[in-house]
Design a protein around this ligand. Structure first.
Ligand code: LCS
Length: 394
């Protein structure tokens, strides 16, 4: 029996619901089954009508997926969670649950490039409007909302600039205007930030990142309160079909057991690497919410309990200097994605955020000389040593 009063680390280990009742297995079994037998034809009818509870078909739900969802609901302090095959499936299903053709939503403008691509490529075809605003200015957020706006979407800390958005401030505006607030909590994880406790209605995750934590799974999770999550599952998950596989759900359950331990190390290493970069003569500027020089350090402290492993930094010079650093790292891996045990380094403007126009990039702080670093859990002295030798090449 899981106790809601348990601490985060205890819930991360035990929150899926305990040992398998049939076998005593302490690891949740991988129910690798697409379909589930009905006891008789009436049972099938009752499951379909909702009179009986149980499993029907793994596009709707599956016991391994359900264990992951129970655990994530505990960790984010929501009623229910739904796990998806990717973060993008989680985000698109959330949008389709909240918004219909002819309506619109407002989003912070600095977000993962794939989310921005979904806005500009798919939403116009469905006649769903998107207004992207500088959400660090709450007046701009409020001004963008009209009577057809259904929700506000923010990503904080933001990918790739590590900008911080005021969750409580956005929740106050959203609820005053009668709309929902959705927060992408991928960078912080529930260990450091719990948007549902600050007024958000839905939390979305690319679970590919810190939740999985090992760079071996693509997945997404949405967490929220009963009514909306039931609608999301019944109306949208089932129809759009972006479900997680049982094996990937199991990998996330395994990853979650060590989430607090990994995050502590990511933060410790993140702070040390950020401090190193902040004093480096070849670096123009460092963005890490744990540093006092971050313009939103106080806001970050008010809504996060620690700052994780995501850093952005601007190299003196331009893109050529940046490329030279990235081409000369030896321990750090030049790759997209983030939140893995391995330190990853990437140039957002030419990769993860290339869906933005050059003008949008500049307006959103995605400068040509900006490099994003996902600090891993290796020995921090080795990470710093590697960056130090790579920086000598410029
Ligand atoms: N939200 C955030 C904040 C992300 O960083 C990503 C992926 C997604 C959602 C989408 O999740 P996915 O479907 O990939 O699981 N971010 C990536 C990045 O920065 N590099 O590669 C993927």
């Amino acid at each position: 029996m899981v106790k809601k009063s348990w601490g985060f680390a205890t819930l991360a280990v035990h929150g899926s619901g305990g040992h398998d009742p049939q076998t005593g297995a302490i690891s949740v079994p991988i129910y690798q089954s697409s379909t589930f037998a009905f006891k008789n034809s009436q049972h099938g009818t009752d499951l379909f009508s909702g009179k009986a509870e149980g499993y029907i078909y793994s596009r709707i739900s599956n016991p391994t997926q359900a264990a992951l969802e129970r655990e994530m609901a505990f960790l984010e302090e929501g009623d229910e969670a739904i796990a998806f095959g990717s973060g993008m499936a989680a985000i698109s299903t959330c949008i389709f649950t909240l918004c219909r053709s002819g309506e619109n939503f407002v989003s912070s403008r600095t977000i993962y490039g794939g989310t921005h691509a979904l806005y500009i490529k798919v939403m116009p075809r469905l006649n769903i409007g998107v207004t992207e605003v500088d959400a660090t200015d709450l007046n701009k957020v409020e001004d963008a909302i009209n009577d057809k706006t259904r929700f506000l979407f923010i990503e904080t800390p933001a990918n790739p600039t590590i900008e911080i958005i005021d969750i409580r401030g956005c929740a106050e505006i959203a609820h005053r205007k009668g709309i929902k607030l959705v927060v992408d909590n991928t960078f912080a994880t529930p260990y450091y930030q719990k948007p549902l406790t600050m007024g958000a209605d839905v939390v979305v995750h690319s679970a590919t990142k810190y939740i999985g934590g090992h760079g071996d799974t693509v997945a997404g999770i949405n967490i929220g309160f009963k009514e909306l999550m039931t609608e999301m599952r019944k109306q949208n998950l089932q129809d759009l079909g972006g479900i997680i596989s049982p094996f990937n759900a199991w990998l996330l359950l395994r990853g979650l057991k060590t989430l607090p331990v990994r995050m502590d190390r990511h933060s410790e290493n993140g702070m040390r690497v950020a401090q190193f970069l902040a004093f480096h003569p070849k670096i123009e500027r460092v963005w890490y919410p744990g540093l006092r020089i971050h313009p939103q350090h106080e806001l970050a402290k008010s809504q996060m309990t620690n700052f994780g492993g995501m850093i952005a930094f601007e190299i003196k010079g331009g893109i050529e200097e940046g490329k030279r650093v990235m081409d000369n790292v030896e321990l750090c891996t030049l790759a997209v994605s983030l939140g893995d045990c391995d330190t990853l380094i990437v140039h957002p403007a030419s990769t993860t955020h290339s869906s933005y126009s050059p003008e949008e990039m500049l307006a959103n702080g995605i400068k040509p000389n900006l490099i994003r670093l996902s600090v891993g859990i290796e020995d921090v002295t080795d990470i710093i040593e590697d960056l130090s030798q790579a920086l000598k090449h410029i």
